[in-house]
Design a protein around this ligand. Structure first.
Ligand SMILES: NC(=O)c1ccc[n+]([C@@H]2O[C@H](COP(=O)([O-])OP(=O)(O)OC[C@H]3O[C@@H](n4cnc5c(N)ncnc54)[C@H](OP(=O)(O)O)[C@@H]3O)[C@@H](O)[C@H]2O)c1
Length: 341
């Protein structure tokens, strides 16, 4: 396992980060602990969770694991999604941010997180208020570093500018969705991160498992018991992007490339993401211990450059014709995200 600096901070994170949005939901508490233990044995030191995952159970399970090895773990969490019924149980306003970080710390059983992230932009709160609240979180010693998730390039630039102007702690990382079938961050976000020295931890590197080819037979009907099934809370978020004819075609071509070069789809999907110079770490999901073990093996697999180039050509074609492609060059405040997982 390789360790990299998160952007231009001195923090060293494993390139493989454990995703946890199923810990306490489709994955039991016991299996979640087994997955985290096996990943740590494999050299992973980086875990990402959020206050909204499985209604807080993900943070509780991660907290149980982290308890005995707090100093070894780089612990990242997020706040912003709706977690209660009241008007201020959602967002990135000061009241919510200060409450949400305390609630997360309680569930995680620690008095600080290494990275605290805004799960998504909050267009109902002035960015000045949000970044001041995040500055207060750092000053209070509740987070060592701060970051954003699901921000566009212009939204990030605006936030960094306001932080700079006010002498606030600046964002150190971003967490966008990124994989061969979804390449929006390449156009605006990644160039900003490279220029400003932010770390990039991408989620859905395997398109939620879609790139592995396992959904082929379900083209006409939805699978049960996994990420794309109706019992997974964020299933719609995944289906909206990948469950369409062009994405199925691209996936078939992708599988053909893996067969041609004798590599596993997982290895090529992960390697393709890691090859982008902006990417620091991949947040990889696993529902079972077996999946985690396969993913760690795939992480170390050799993938020829030719396979990566051929995969890129498939992604280029899909992206040129993608039905869900967002409009470019809009202003930060106009841009909204497509969904949050
Ligand atoms: N910031 C955000 O808004 C946001 C959004 C989404 C996710 N995330 C974070 O990123 C993490 C990773 O995202 P993701 O889960 O979409 O990433 P992913 O790694 O692309 O997909 C994970 C899914 O792929 C399938 N899979 C994984 N390994 C497999 C294997 N060996 N064999 C067969 N199938 C396999 C599983 O699907 P099945 O369950 O169907 O078997 C698993 O749930 C999440 O846990 C969460 O922490 C953040």
């Amino acid at each position: 396992m390789e360790y990299v600096r998160l952007g231009n901070t001195g923090l060293k994170v494993s390139e493989y980060c454990i995703g946890s949005d199923n810990f306490g939901g489709q994955t039991t508490a016991e299996d979640s602990l087994r997955i985290m233990s096996a990943a740590f044995e494999g050299g992973v030191n980086f875990i990402d969770t959020a206050n909204s995952y499985c209604d807080g159970l993900s943070e509780e399970n991660v907290g149980r694991f982290v308890k005995t090895r707090r100093s070894e773990v780089v612990l990242a969490t997020k706040g912003r999604s709706q977690v209660g019924l009241f008007p201020n149980d959602v967002g990135a306003n000061k009241k919510y941010v200060m409450q949400a970080i305390d609630d997360s710390l309680k569930r995680l059983g620690t008095d600080y997180v290494d990275l605290y992230q805004i799960h998504a932009p909050d267009l109902t709160t002035p960015i000045e208020e949000t970044v001041e609240a995040y500055n207060d979180v750092v000053r209070a010693g509740k987070a060592r570093y701060i970051g954003v998730s699901n921000f566009s390039g212009p939204q990030l630039v605006e936030a960094l500018w306001v932080q700079d102007k006010n002498g606030f702690s600046k964002f150190n990382s971003v967490q966008p969705r990124y994989n061969l079938l979804y390449r929006e961050p390449e156009r605006e976000l990644f160039p900003v991160c490279l220029d400003q020295g932010l770390g990039v931890m991408v989620y859905s590197p395997q398109a939620g498992g879609f790139l592995l080819g396992k959904h082929r037979k379900f083209k006409a009907e939805m699978p049960t018991g996994g990420r794309y099934s109706d019992d997974f809370r964020a299933a719609n978020f995944y289906k909206t992007t990948y469950w369409n004819e062009p994405a199925f075609d691209a996936m078939e071509q992708f599988i053909a490339v893996t067969e041609k070069y004798g590599v596993s789809p997982m290895a090529l999907a992960l390697k393709w993401v890691r090859t982008n110079p902006a990417v620091s770490a991949c947040i990889v999901g696993a529902r079972t211990l077996e999946q985690l073990q396969q993913n760690l093996l795939a992480w170390e697999e050799d993938v020829p450059n030719e396979a990566i180039s051929e995969a890129t050509a498939i992604g280029d074609h899909l992206w040129d014709t993608a039905p869900w492609k967002p409009q470019m060059h809009s202003t930060p405040r106009q841009r909204t995200m497509q969904g949050v997982g």
